[in-house]
Design a protein around this ligand. Structure first.
Ligand code: IPE
Ligand code: IPE
Ligand code: MG
Length: 249
């Protein structure tokens, strides 16, 4: 029996975010080049998108490349960019068929033109998919995003479009790249590290965290469902006390 049958369908995370880590170590453990780990990581993405969709998750955000990842050796960065083009081109038709709409967050201006084009094609082709929204975080970091938002807010205040007194948590949220998305309910990080690496700092203010030692290329459907089951055991109190939560249920 698959763990999917054990999920409580009334308590699913609407938004699941994943820090896909451990590709390099997966490859190293097999005496392979790091690029092989990244290639295998794409297969894990295929599995997890399907599995999340099967579990009726509505939003899946995948951290594919961080602002800090630009500092990796040029060969690895170039290899990752080529892999993005390959994966986006290969997967678009299947994503569309399965009702997955792709959007992206991040500083896309830094991406090579070819990556940007294949990403834009994929976003355009898959627009309107109703089953799952797949958010690809590419050249993304929270500090970049918050800096950009601060800049834009300042511009709008200066030009009179926004009043200083109007700035609230909700308004600030509207200046972030995630403005059309609910906050993540569950954040999974594979690969054994227990850190957030500049990912969705504002948005994860009340996310539940789940860490696993499994390297990303080994992550699969059952591991995903295991994480969701773990999430379903937790009590999300949002600052209140248990009795208040029980009363509302
Ligand atoms: C995650 O795997 C993929 C990216 C960050 C692009 P890593 O490449 O970070 O793999 P490890 O952490 O070195 O094993
Ligand atoms: C985080 O992984 C970024 C992505 C998964 C895209 P890293 O492997 O770059 O994280 P750090 O730098 O080790 O924290
Ligand atoms: Mg890593």
């Amino acid at each position: 029996m698959s763990l999917i049958d054990k999920l409580d369908h009334n308590r699913l995370p609407a938004h699941l975010a994943i820090i896909m880590d451990g590709n390099g170590r997966w490859a190293k453990a097999r005496g392979l080049d790091r690029s092989e780990g990244h290639r295998e990581g794409v297969e894990a993405i295929r599995r997890v998108v399907k599995a999340a969709s099967a579990a009726s998750v509505q939003y899946l955000t995948l951290y594919a490349f961080s602002t800090e990842n630009w500092c990796r050796p040029p060969d690895e960065v170039n290899g990752l960019m080529d892999l993005m083009v390959y994966a986006l081109t290969r997967e678009t038709a299947e994503l569309k068929k399965n009702g997955v709409s792709v959007i992206s967050i991040g500083n896309l201006e830094r991406l090579p033109a070819q990556v940007r084009e294949s990403l834009e094609d994929c976003i355009r082709e898959t627009a309107g998919g109703k089953k799952l929204t797949l958010v690809i975080a590419l050249s993304y970091s929270s500090k970049w995003e918050l800096t950009e938002a601060t800049r834009q807010i300042s511009r709008d205040v200066k030009s009179g479009l926004l009043q200083l007194e109007e700035i609230s948590e909700e308004i600030l949220g509207n200046y972030l790249t995630t403005r059309s998305l609910p906050d993540p309910d569950l954040l999974i990080r594979t690969g054994g590290e227990q850190r957030i690496s500049n990912f969705l700092l504002w948005q994860c203010a009340y996310a539940e965290f789940y860490f696993t030692d499994t390297f990303w290329p080994d992550f699969n459907e059952e591991e995903l469902y295991k994480a969701i089951l773990d999430y379903q055991q937790r009590e999300r109190r949002f600052g209140r006390i248990s009795e208040q939560i029980e009363f509302e249920q």
